[in-house]
Design a protein around this ligand. Sequence first.
Ligand code: ADP
Length: 141
Amino acid sequence: MALETTLILFKPDAVSKKLVGQVLSRFEAAGLAIRGIKMLRFGDTLLHEHYAHIASKPFFPEVRNFMQRTPVIALALEAENAVARVRDLLGPTDSTKAAKGTIRGDLGVDVMVNVCHASDSKETAATEVKRFFTAEELFSY
Ligand code: ADP
């Protein structure tokens, strides 16, 4: 199976509750390698691009406020089958429906406050990794 790189964002709940280290440990323990990592403020332009698929939803303003509450941390993680593997580790979007043992099941609060964003397909991952990282910011080793 080919190596994939997927895009993770540590959301403001993970940053403010200091959950980043333990969640990153789970990804590394599952065999995912860090290709890129950075902290950034999620400005309006980037936010509208990244969340274009929910921009017309009634909950979008709330998501926007939440995602801009603290800086976020972006990660590009690589492994075989990385996209599906990370989504499995996270559990479903709604933390209240996520099984114990998943990141959202253990550490998430609800459907919005759910620890991490992760790319949902190989195609989305390719677009999202480029959205947050230049070629020079991605490492292979
Ligand atoms: P995912 O992030 O799991 O791929 P979506 O792309 O469907 O999920 O939604 C993007 C983000 O929008 C979610 O992670 C969550 O923060 C927020 N969101 C989704 N649905 C709702 C909802 N019903 N109410 C509030 N926020 C939501």
